[in-house]
Design a protein around this ligand. Structure first.
Ligand SMILES: [Zn+2]
Length: 60
């Protein structure tokens, strides 16, 4: 397992619910891919959607 590399995952805006592809760093930092200032609605807080939930969505 390489150290210091980001992991691409999915995060949801806590304010408007938009979902974005993000990079998650080992220290917990979330960086939206292609966006510097968080969600387009102006909120900076994004919450990572657990990968297990993504699997569950596919099973629905
Ligand atoms: Zn938003």
């Amino acid at each position: 397992m390489p150290g210091g590399e980001s992991d691409r995952t999915i995060a949801e805006c806590l304010d408007c619910g938009n979902v974005y592809a993000v990079k998650e760093w080992p220290d917990g930092t979330i960086q939206p891919i292609g966006m510097r200032n968080g969600c387009q609605c102006g909120a900076a807080e994004l919450q990572v959607i657990q990968k297990t939930n993504i699997t569950n969505l596919r099973e629905d």
